[in-house]
Design a protein. Structure first.
Length: 164
């Protein structure tokens, strides 16, 4: 049975007229997060994008690496998951990242991956792959706007932390 969402009185609020399980609630949250990452949406509010990414990736049991592809006005083209790894690492290939960005004619990207441990603090490996990806993307004139790490404890932004 499909859960019915009713628009609340304030924009961005919803009413669920019946009791829901935590699984159903998480499914609804992920559906709304995907809507926030829909084609044509602007990246004007990075916190909303970070929250949507956190909702999508925070409960994975393994590391997942993806990116938000953006046009030249920083509107979302697509969110793609590119690589899956183990509980504490994912192999990321710069060639595949560049290939995916070029395939969608992206002008800019926001990288994202989760830390299944919950702690979003960047590791030295995270810093190294970000540098490699930035170099690769620069070669084809695609701007790297941010690298966001998500966990259930919150998010970390390379751009906000001065790491880009």
């Amino acid at each position: 049975m499909a859960i019915q969402l009713i628009a609340g009185e304030l924009p961005g609020t919803y009413v669920v007229p019946e009791a829901v399980t935590d699984t159903e609630l998480m499914r609804l949250a992920k559906m709304l997060a995907r809507r926030r990452l829909k084609r044509g949406r602007s990246m004007e509010n990075p916190d909303a994008v970070f929250n949507a990414l956190q909702t999508l990736l925070m409960d994975y049991e393994r590391e997942v690496f993806g990116m938000v592809l953006l046009d030249n006005r920083h509107r979302i083209i697509e969110f793609v998951e590119l690589f899956q790894g183990t509980i504490n690492t994912a192999s990321v290939y710069p060639r595949e990242v560049v290939k995916a960005a070029l395939a969608q004619n992206a002008a800019a990207v926001v990288l994202v991956h989760n830390h299944p441990s919950g702690d979003p603090e960047p590791s030295s490996a995270d810093r190294q792959i970000t540098d490699r990806l930035q170099q690769a993307l620069n070669t084809v004139e695609i701007r790297l706007l941010d690298h966001v790490i998500v966990g259930f404890e919150g998010t970390a932004s390379f751009a906000e932390d001065g790491l880009l």
